[in-house]
Design a protein around this ligand. Sequence first.
Ligand code: UD1
Ligand code: CA
Length: 465
Amino acid sequence: MQPLHVVILAAGKSTRMKSARPKVLHDLAGRTLIEHVLHAARPLAAASTTLVVGHAATDVKAALARWTDLQFVEQSPQLGTGHALLQTETVLSGKKGTLLLLYGDVPLLSTGTLQRLLESHHARHAAATVLTAELPDPYGYGRIVRDPKGQIARIVEERDASAEQRAIYEVNSGIYALSLSKLFETLHRLASDNAQGEYYLTDLVALYHQEKRKVDALCVDTPDELRGINSRIELAEMARVVRDRRNRAVMLSGVTLEDPATTYIDEDVTIGADTTIGPGVRLQGRTSVGARCTIQAGCRLTNVAVGDEVIILDYCVLTDATVGDQAKLGPFAHIRPESVVGPSAHVGNFVELKKTVLGRGSKANHLSYLGDSMIGDGVNVGAGTITCNYDGVKKHRTVIDDGAFIGSNSALVAPVTIGAGAYVGAGSTITQDVPPGALGLARGHQHNKEDWAARRKARTPEAKE
Ligand code: UD1
Ligand code: CA
């Protein structure tokens, strides 16, 4: 097998996005466009992968820092796709085998299609194989012009095409398998005498045809895969395609989606069987959801590990957190980063957790803020309990040990520890540790004045009883 070298073009400015961010770093279903391409190419196990960067090159490189085996080549100024590929001569000249050319803004290409392209290229001993598709609306794409024998003769860009050529439905995807033999020699001969004054890679096809080197086309019947993104409208349309595909796969794996049209599940999310997901739910990043869970309407989970048989009622927001088996959350709970909701724990409406561990079977059912807290097992946190973790300068920790009972509307002024099995009286403002098993009570005493109402009425006859 000949060595494979992957090149991805991502230097263009992408004017139509009207964005300060480079196009290839825009998000599509939880991954940047360029990462979709890298994921599709990875199983091909190429000998090298080279990215041609130019516009906002520093941002693109920084965003791909975790892809350690990439090499980068800069193209400046950006004089067209042919010129872009020529820049890889510095790293690929003298190499043998096949070059697979991909675009950073064509994110839906599947690994299978790339494999078929390479297989066909090798089997037919072509110098170049172009991936093409027939589109009902070919506007904007380069058209595949064939000679009388049906061989590809050249590719004509929309702007350079005659009316007759514009009527051709077969389009250039811009994706090619190219033999490395004499490739760079030929690229040096490209000219820029066209409507855009650019060095078009597509002209390579015409040069090869003149030299009687074999140019082949592989026409795919899944044209969505070949779509490039040029505007935010196309980005949204493609996001819908990705989402549909993803949601179908999720449903086929045994998950119920009550309304797939409004369910957003990122590529890297995993969900166990017999879990039910309500309308308007977003599962983002590296979220994993166990089996037999229910996630009701309008919840957003980002990088959350959810166990089995968890119930998350409507409109909860969870970020960078862990939820144990059989826990119950919401409605309207907010679980912020570095929080852990233990197995069988309950977090109810309008409860916020931040950097807080809530132990097994513990309950915080109503209207609480629990921050920087370590809460043990079997703890009952009463309605309206607040951990006062911030003194205006620093954050402080609250520890509530196993089995403690915190009465409603308590303020726990951190740093403070409530011992195991201790009680805090409702309405207390706790500023000192409460020992295990003790009752901490810190509130004003109540005085009842007997018959006060009648005395008042006697003093001021117009007062109502
Ligand atoms: C290109 C093809 C066209 C094809 C279409 C498919 C050419 C001349 N035309 O047109 O036949 O139908 O793709 O989507 O090749 N890039 C660089 N440096 C440059 C110019 C572009 O790196 O100097 C990169 C862009 O970032 C992008 C890719 O190459 O990833 C394609 O460039 P773009 O300008 O979008 O080409 P199209 O006009 O769409
Ligand atoms: Ca394009």
